[in-house]
Design a protein around this ligand. Structure first.
Ligand code: MN
Ligand code: MN
Length: 463
């Protein structure tokens, strides 16, 4: 065989580039600048409602208007569609409209957390607590003994509502789930991690002082309800018509001496939502109509009218297709999508659960995931060779730092995301996203380089 080893390696073998080595100083300063806006978004968008509100505010400033299907739009027009305050679709009308299909980038804006039960408030031995029902896949022990804030909406009996956001400001009170001291945890510590903390015991501490009065019982509960009433003008029965979520109070913060990483709550999947919103905002007159979708309910299976299984996005595309006299089905068949969600970054501390040659790595750029699923690729749309080919061409042409990755080693577990629901609409779709350490923990970690690369990749995909 001709040629020396170095030449052959260069020609034949897969290259794995590290962002810290291949990016220019100029690129790295753009990475840093982009991360500042992201941290702001993360801190202000801890729930799906807050994420929708934040995005709505930005896009309105950038000239997006509420979509009205009776209006006729022209190339370059920017529209938004809000679905029940918990999901949002943004579109920029392309030169060719929907005639050759649309290009979509999708992400989810719900994250694992503790939801209040419909009848949450109770008192036990002079301690007032909220009953919760956890949302999404969590390791329950991680949610005890950390500060939590309360976010959400309460609809009162007259139909008016009040939004709650309490515990984020350092001068505000926060909440927490207590845990048993190690001295008395002999029995608990012998349980498996799955059973160490019972889901029914994720009770949240909300107060301890009784209402000063006669010898009535349940006076701590009464006192707490009185304080809640004074602050929010709600009564106990109003919890029935509420969505109240307890999330970590942590602010997004740089991690590491080199400040290369960001720790925070809810990177999954706001670390993808933010770049795909920024990408559509900065796209002027694309050829095909481009769409960014931020969906709810991914962490509990995407069911529900604000989840990706809902027809709302198909109907939105159908309305856009009508603008061009196109049938929705003909638009969908020609459409392309990147489903942007996080993947499990290789963690050297838990290396046995990964296949090192098929994992994604922090700082090696945006991760393209051909398939997710579990137990033999079950529950995934598995992108075709042809579509993977198209995507790698787009990424290479735009000089994007990218890598591939599976979600852990075969049969280690697995998981799914929203790509398959778009694939089921007869659209080409692949997963693309950001590697995350400690996924689904109250404090997840991502790399600033990878975050910025998803932004650049989405711009290239839309272009
Ligand atoms: Mn996700
Ligand atoms: Mn998730």
């Amino acid at each position: 065989m001709a040629g020396n080893v170095k030449e052959l390696k260069e020609k034949l073998l897969l290259k794995k580039n590290h962002g810290g080595l291949v990016l220019s100083e100029d690129d790295l300063s753009k990475v840093e600048k982009f991360s500042v806006g992201y941290k702001e978004f993360l801190n202000k968008s801890k729930t799906e409602r807050e994420a929708v509100n934040y995005v709505l505010k930005i896009v309105k400033e950038k000239g997006f208007t509420e979509f009205d299907k009776s209006k006729k739009y022209k190339p370059g027009d920017k529209v938004y569609y809000v679905n029940r305050n918990r999901a949002i679709a943004l579109a920029v009308i392309g030169e060719d409209g929907t005639k050759n299909g649309v290009k979509m980038a999708i992400a989810h804006i719900d994250s694992p957390r503790l939801d209040l039960k419909p009848n949450p408030l109770y008192e036990n031995n002079d301690i007032a607590l909220f009953k919760t029902h956890y949302y999404g896949g969590i390791k329950k022990y991680q949610w005890t003994a950390i500060p939590l804030s309360l976010h959400g909406r309460v609809v009162k009996s007259d139909g008016s509502y009040v939004d709650i956001n309490l515990g984020e400001d350092k001068d505000e009170p926060c909440f927490c789930v207590t845990d048993l001291l190690p001295h008395l945890a002999k029995e608990q510590m012998n349980k498996t991690m799955l059973k160490g903390i019972d889901g029914e015991n994720l009770n949240v501490l909300v107060g301890s002082l009784p209402f000063k009065s006669d010898k009535e019982s349940e006076l701590v509960k009464l006192n707490i309800m009185k304080l809640i009433n004074e602050k929010y003008d709600i009564v106990e029965s109003d919890f029935v018509s509420a969505e109240l979520e307890l999330v970590p109070t942590f602010k997004a913060q740089d991690v590491g001496f080199d400040r290369s990483l960001i720790g925070g709550y809810g990177h999954d999947d706001r670390v993808c939502a933010y770049p795909i919103v920024e990408a559509i905002i900065n796209s002027e007159k694309p050829k095909e109509t481009i769409i960014t979708v931020l969906a709810d309910k991914e962490e509990i299976g995407s069911d529900g009218n604000t989840g990706m299984k809902s027809k709302f996005i198909k109907y939105f595309i159908s309305d856009l297709a009508m603008q061009d006299g196109m049938k929705c089905r003909d638009v969908l068949r020609k459409s392309k999508c990147i489903s942007t969600d996080v993947n499990a970054a290789f963690d050297p501390t838990y290396s046995s659960q990964y296949d090192a040659s098929n994992s994604c790595y922090i700082n090696r750029g945006v991760v393209v995931t051909k398939y997710t699923g579990s137990g033999g690729k079950s529950g995934t749309s598995d992108a075709s060779a042809e579509y993977m080919g198209e995507i790698r061409q787009i990424l290479d042409k735009a000089d994007i730092l990218w890598q591939t990755g599976e979600l852990g080693k075969v049969d280690a577990g697995g998981g799914g995301t929203i790509a398959k629901f778009v694939a089921n609409l007869d659209v080409d779709v692949v997963d693309m996203g950001v590697p995350v350490l400690s996924m689904h923990a109250p404090f997840e970690v991502i790399s600033k380089i990878d975050l910025y690369m998803l932004y650049k990749a989405t711009v290239a995909f839309f272009d």
